[in-house]
Write a protein that binds this ligand. Structure first.
Ligand code: DX5
Ligand code: ZN
Length: 216
């Protein structure tokens, strides 16, 4: 059974609390919180104060924080303090990966590592034993509403096989262009955590959209 982490990037920010509550009530397992700094990616989204507010409004929710920022190590503490459950950062960022994973764990959060479409999945392997989550991007990070890149499927298959061989079970998460059409293939390839922005918050019937992605 796959889990669903709706990306609030596609939500109506003027009604963020209510939309997140509705997604969770409809069966979403957690909330995906996309942080963009206008430097690692060519877009700016939201940061620590927004997570603080959401966490105050919905303290029981699990926050799956995806940092698309150049220096994630510098921001581990503030996001952990603001209520992050898992902090995922990019292998292509400037921060040392091992040090960042250690800092995330020291801050009491689960640690995730993400790779862009152009980064080989093999590059995750040296860190695999330390990770609670691996995030395979199926679009270039930076914007919602892009088309799913099927190259992510081979990476998921390889990572699933490697985890099985090592007896590991981190979440394998896929993010970008995931909808009712692309989600089943992701699940078959080994993903057990699906991120969807447009296919949840971009739909007129949010509950139906969540249900469609939960019942693959
Ligand atoms: C893209 C973000 C994604 C994005 C997904 O950089 O990391 O989480 O919100 O949006 P959709 O599901 O619309 O592709
Ligand atoms: Zn994301």
């Amino acid at each position: 059974m796959t889990q669903l982490s709706p990306s609030i990037l596609a939500a109506d920010f003027a009604a963020l609390g209510a939309q997140c509550a509705a997604a969770l009530a409809a069966g979403a397992d957690m909330l995906h919180f996309d942080v963009m700094d206008g430097h690692f990616v060519p877009n700016i989204s939201f940061g620590v104060p927004v997570l603080e507010s959401l966490h105050k409004t919905l303290p029981g929710a699990f926050y799956d924080v995806h940092l698309m920022i150049s220096r994630p190590l510098d921001y581990v503490q503030p996001f952990a303090k603001a209520g992050a459950g898992c902090i995922t950062f990019h292998l292509e960022s400037e921060s040392d990966a091992a040090a960042t994973i250690a800092a995330i764990h020291a801050a009491g959060c689960k640690a995730g590592l993400s790779i862009k479409p152009g980064t080989p999945a093999q590059r995750v392997l040296p860190y695999l034993d330390e990770l609670d989550l691996v995030l395979v991007m199926s679009v270039e990070p930076g914007f919602g509403g892009q088309k799913f890149q099927p190259g992510a499927l081979d990476k998921l298959r390889m990572l699933r096989a490697e985890c099985a061989a090592r007896g590991l079970s981190p979440w394998l998460e896929v993010d970008g262009g995931v909808d009712e059409t692309t989600a089943p293939g992701c699940a078959r390839a080994g993903a057990d955590l699906l991120v969807a922005g447009s296919a949840v918050f971009g739909r007129p019937d949010l509950a139906a959209a969540v249900a469609a992605l939960k019942n693959l």
